[in-house]
Ligand binder design. Structure first.
Ligand SMILES: C[S@@+](CC[C@H](N)C(=O)[O-])C[C@H]1O[C@@H](n2cnc3c(N)ncnc32)[C@H](O)[C@@H]1O
Length: 261
């Protein structure tokens, strides 16, 4: 069993606990805004790859779309199925247990592909995942993908370890893109990600940083974000900074919008 599958099976029941926190609300708000901006106008077919507990799949189905929610963790899918039932969306959301690197789905099939958080967990074989996501998208349609950001992760490592240990982790990360967060991840540079999408047959047309200024917050400051007034200010800062190329480099995650050729 892959490390990611075992990890997400283990934490499926508690996965969503952190999303109520102000710090993760900042992240989700950007995802929600970019998804909303790229949803097809007419009821369409959407793939939520690595869709986990179905947070985005259900939101998109509520807008009238048919969604295929695909994930490698059967336990995450169990939580998703309960959410789908509770929202009376069984007729609109189908779940598939599969790895994104090898999906038994037709070519040129989806009007929109969303991959919120899964590609980085494919380690060194991330290109296979990107190839697959692009393969199943229709020509001209969007692929929205969020990944760990290499330089942003270097900052997280700095905050987490003492310097003697930290510099070795950062050295490896900068050389290879590989690092260990809660589980092994491949962290991308924006240029590397653009190149991977190009190889797969899509062009990155926009990129957004998620947790841009907030990536610099200490653990204590993240708690202070719970104060509504502080949160509102940070909401403003993040929205102002999310699309600035010179700042995306230090964001925790990068969300790219690619369009299939
Ligand atoms: C950070 S969670 C994101 C879940 C969901 N997209 C969301 O935003 O709440 C990452 C998800 O990717 C899934 N995943 C990781 N590697 C995968 C792979 N190779 N194939 C399919 N899903 C994968 C995990 O099981 C997990 O549900």
């Amino acid at each position: 069993m892959s490390v990611a599958r075992a990890f997400y099976n283990k934490i499926a029941d508690t996965y969503e606990a952190g999303f109520g926190k102000a710090y993760w609300r900042l992240y989700d708000q950007i995802t929600a805004e970019i998804i909303a901006k790229h949803l097809p106008r007419e009821p369409s077919l959407i793939l939520d790859a690595g869709g986990g507990t179905g947070r985005w799949a259900v939101a998109m189905a509520r807008e009238g779309h048919k969604v295929v929610l695909l994930d490698v963790s059967e336990k995450m899918l169990e939580v998703a199925r309960e959410r789908i039932r509770n929202n009376n969306l069984i007729s609109r959301v189908t779940t598939i247990h599969s790895d994104i690197r090898k999906m038994e789905l037709n070519d040129n099939n989806f009007d929109l592909v969303v991959a919120e958080g899964a590609i980085s967990y494919c380690g060194a074989s991330y290109q296979k995942a990107i190839d697959e996501l692009v393969r199943v998208a229709k020509h001209g349609s969007y692929i929205l993908a969020s990944v760990n950001n290499r330089y942003g992760l270097a900052l997280t490592i700095l905050k987490k370890f003492d310097l003697k240990e930290g510099v070795d982790h950062i050295d490896r990360l900068l050389e290879t893109g590989e690092a260990f967060t809660d589980l092994p991840v491949h962290a991308f540079t924006l240029d590397g990600l653009k190149e991977s999408f190009r190889k797969a047959g899509a062009e990155v047309i926009n990129a957004y940083g998620k947790h841009t200024l907030s990536n610099f917050l200490s653990r204590e400051q993240k708690e202070e974000l719970e104060d509504e007034k502080v949160f509102k200010k940070f909401e403003k800062f993040e929205k102002l900074m999310m699309d600035k190329p010179e700042l995306i480099g230090f964001a925790g995650h990068i969300l790219v919008v690619a369009r299939k050729f």
